[in-house]
Design a protein around this ligand. Structure first.
Ligand SMILES: [Zn+2]
Ligand SMILES: [Zn+2]
Length: 304
């Protein structure tokens, strides 16, 4: 479209002007980030308040709606409680027609969005400004030719977009912003932890939030963990202090890693993991991973 306008206004020898220009785009946040929210379940909550309020007999899992999604595995894992909770790869949740519709409507990591012509016009304007500033041949045009080109391209784009929306009127709302989808997602993430399944990372496991919290505390009471009376802020400060000895490490966000879970379907247990991205230990973890990669060939040679 831009080349077309350029050729018409400036001349045929403009065909090579934009040869080096590459147009890229970024993805919207993926569906997983909207559904899998371990931080909300296992990190950002008031422990005392939850413990006080939690009553296994009142867990949403007890309602008839979830009866057939409750599993014996929850009793085996949390023997102290003796109540069944939802742990499921159950199709009655993953087959939710709205969620499926979203996945079907596009590549599953790009929720299809309604076309906001004004927004695209703005973005295209910004893009053209950059193009004019960075492509030498365009930059050398007079200011009035530049703005004439811009206006013409934007007008042409608008006509194309209007024509497009007329032909594709049925896509009117971005599914994730649709109230019905929003309600479903809030409902699901409010009651359940949706976590990946071991060996099948794209298959979500739906687990009762209360159950998984309780299970996490059970894990933490085992002898290999020691409870320390330190506030998160002072723990972060201490880690930062120790890591400051390594001058090469870049600044890290002042956040502690938190628990995440992966369901091992065959063994009917959970594997606990923590996040390494975006925490105070991330740069150190990256450095360690890097060192291990360096050592790998040596170890391989040694073992041969
Ligand atoms: Zn439950
Ligand atoms: Zn490296």
């Amino acid at each position: 479209m831009i080349n077309e306008v350029l050729a018409r206004i400036v001349g045929d020898d403009t065909t090579t002007w934009l040869e080096r220009t590459v147009i890229g785009w970024t993805y919207n946040s993926n569906i997983a980030s909207r559904l899998c929210r371990p931080a909300e379940v296992l990190c950002d909550f008031d422990v005392a308040q939850w413990m006080e309020a939690y009553d296994p007999g009142q867990c949403p899992c007890r309602s008839r709606r979830y009866m057939d999604m409750c599993t014996q595995a929850s009793i085996e894992l949390l023997q102290c409680e003796g109540q069944m909770h939802v742990i499921t790869l159950d199709s009655s949740i993953t087959d939710n027609p709205l969620l499926q519709g979203i996945i079907k409507a596009g590549l599953n990591h790009i929720p299809c969005m309604s076309l906001d012509i004004e927004e695209v016009q703005n973005e295209l304007g910004v893009f053209l400004d950059k193009l004019m500033a960075e492509v030498m041949e365009l930059w050398e045009l007079t200011a009035s030719t530049q703005s004439f080109l811009q206006r013409l391209i934007l007008k042409k784009a608008k006509t194309k977009m209007i024509k497009y929306t007329e032909q594709h009127q049925h896509v009117s709302v971005e599914p994730f912003e649709h109230p019905a989808v929003k309600r479903e997602v809030e409902f699901l993430t409010g009651r359940f932890l949706i976590c990946p399944t071991d060996k099948a990372p794209n298959t979500p496991t739906v687990v009762c939030k209360n159950f998984i919290r309780k299970l996490a505390f059970q894990r933490l009471t085992r002898p290999e963990f020691v409870s320390v009376a330190t506030s998160p802020a002072s723990a972060i400060a201490r880690i930062q202090g120790e890591l400051s000895a390594l001058h090469v490490l870049p600044n890290a966000p002042a956040a502690l890693p938190f628990l995440m879970a992966v369901f091992k379907a065959q063994k009917r247990t959970f594997r606990w993991i923590t996040n390494t991205a975006e925490t105070v230990v991330s740069p150190a973890a990256e450095l360690c991973a890097c060192l291990l990669r360096f050592l790998l060939p040596l170890v391989q040679t040694f073992c041969e």
